[in-house]
Design a protein around this ligand. Structure first.
Ligand SMILES: [Cu+2]
Length: 175
């Protein structure tokens, strides 16, 4: 159980912080409880647009106005995203601005769900957040919080009409 050992080490190191260790343990246990079959914590639907489109001409063009954005992709979409604030801090809420661009020939995204997890520890976040469409192919997710330092993974599930959602992931290291 490498993950469990990592948690134990982290708990020992943080036991002297202002929060009692049992609270931190509870937080991680809650994360584990959420793991099994949990639906994505955040989901939003965007109104379908007739023109759809904003097809990405190369992934770098997606979200070009989001300075400093990082990009990941599903089979049919490029996801450009930027955290707000851009530097994600342990234990602090943050938001994510997202642009979903259809690859050439792909339908526009009709909705996105966002979640985050620590793959090496087997748990997710402890906080509920929300995501809403804020313009054509644009979304803003709010209320995310990484409660531990380490390797997190953002998970974007992109829907296109009634098709099976397609997933993009993004590794994020938080110290
Ligand atoms: Cu963890």
């Amino acid at each position: 159980m490498r993950g469990a050992a990592a948690h134990a080490g982290w708990l020992r190191r943080t036991a002297r912080l202002d929060r009692p260790a049992w609270l931190a343990w509870l937080a991680c246990a809650a994360g584990l409880a959420l793991l099994s079959g949990a639906a994505p914590l955040l989901a939003a639907d965007a109104p379908a647009t007739a023109s759809g489109a904003a097809a990405a001409s190369g992934s770098a063009a997606c979200g070009a106005d989001l300075a400093g954005a990082r990009r990941t992709e599903t089979a049919r979409h490029v996801i450009a995203w930027r955290a707000d604030p851009q530097k994600i801090l342990v234990g602090r809420h943050f938001a994510i601005d997202i642009v979903a661009c259809a690859k050439p020939g792909a339908p526009a995204a009709s909705g996105i769900a966002v979640d985050a997890r620590m793959p090496s520890h087997g748990h997710g976040m402890n906080y509920k957040a929300g995501i809403k469409p804020v313009g054509e192919n644009r979304y803003r997710a709010e209320g995310l919080l990484f409660h531990m330092p380490g390797s997190w993974e953002l998970v974007f599930d992109v829907r296109s009409g009634g098709d099976k959602p397609e997933r993009a992931t993004q590794a994020v290291m938080v110290r």
